[in-house]
Ligand binder design. Structure first.
Ligand code: R5P
Length: 313
């Protein structure tokens, strides 16, 4: 039988967001010792009793991706073997999401493999945010609650009271998300970049569909990895006469030379969330907003079996 209380644990992938979640819920973080064996293997010891508890384990699978993923799996295994009644994997940023189909022959569908691993390790449910492709929910045969960072990001831009806004989407795949942003920014016009990927970190802008000239452009994307897509979009917006250019993305993975590329694109600001920790990549032009309240509220509602979708209505 399940105990009444719920417990929050965290891996080392994004401890800051886990702390903020606990603060919002006014709950101490439950303790797990995470260390490494001399050969680099992960060692875990759950220090608090979890028998019969409703457990929420917070871990973003951001870089170092494989370390964080493996930590998540091993922590869940330990929690399951310690007789937790239910385990919810809270994954603010779900890595490997872009490998969600066979884009060519003889390649894996890693997003599906990761979903299988998470389920097999012991997750009863998943709580995540802005999956690269919403249909990844279907890779799991357990319930997935999929949250959106949009309310947090949009609130910021609404308060800024920008002049003549235009939402610019980095590629056709992100058009649905960008359209939703444009609608909520007072029905702002939408422009879309027709992007061609020429390599893992190289893209080429073929065309801009829509008008950015004379507008205060907000470039939106779900994630920034190498920064190529968003920096290219910002550059094109400027070349086409944008009055100002801002960037906005949920997941600031910011790997490789992403920061340099964004700095060089001279945007007014880059607005991101804390689904991925900045870990030394803080810059004056980066505004990091927290999604901890949203995640915390979703955790509370899952525990109480209350509606999650009403969080967004
Ligand atoms: C593309 O499908 C995504 O929405 C992002 O635009 C892309 O993954 C970002 O990658 P990068 O920052 O390396 O261009």
């Amino acid at each position: 039988m399940r105990k009444k209380e719920f417990q929050i644990f965290s891996g080392t992938g994004n401890r800051k967001v886990a702390d903020r979640i606990c603060k919002y819920l006014d709950l101490p973080m439950s303790r797990a010792e995470i260390s490494r064996f001399p050969d680099g293997e992960i060692d875990v010891k759950i220090q608090d009793d979890v028998r019969g508890s409703d457990v929420f384990l917070v871990q973003s699978t951001c870089p170092p991706v494989n370390e964080n993923l493996m930590e998540l799996l091993i922590l869940m295994d330990a929690l399951r073997r310690a007789s937790a009644d239910r385990i919810t994997a809270v994954i603010p940023y779900f890595g490997y999401a872009r490998q969600d189909r066979k884009a060519e022959g003889r390649v894996p569908i890693s997003a599906k493999l990761v979903a299988n691993l998470i389920t097999k390790a012991g997750a009863d449910r998943v709580l995540t945010m802005d999956l690269h492709a919403a249909q990844i929910q279907g890779f799991f045969d357990i319930p997935v609650d999929h949250l959106y960072a949009a309310p947090v990001l949009l609130d910021y831009f609404k308060k800024k009271d920008l002049g003549k806004v235009c939402v610019l989407c980095c590629d056709v795949g992100g058009a649905k998300m960008a359209r939703a942003y444009a609608k909520r920014l007072g029905g702002a016009p939408l422009a879309i970049i027709d992007k061609r990927r020429t390599g893992p970190s190289e893209t080429e802008v073929a065309e801009v569909i829509g008008t950015v000239e004379g507008h205060d452009v907000v470039v939106v994307d779900d994630m920034i990895s190498t920064g190529t897509s968003i920096a290219e979009a910002a550059k094109v917006a400027r070349e086409r006469g944008a009055r100002s250019v801002r960037m906005c993305a949920t997941h600031a993975v910011l790997c490789g030379k992403a920061l340099e590329k964004i700095e060089a694109s001279k945007v007014e600001e880059l607005v991101v969330t804390d689904t991925v920790p900045l870990n030394g990549k803080e810059r004056p032009f980066i505004i990091q907003l927290t999604v901890a309240e949203l995640l915390a509220e979703a955790i509370r509602r899952i525990h109480k079996s209350e509606s999650i979708s009403s969080l967004f209505s």
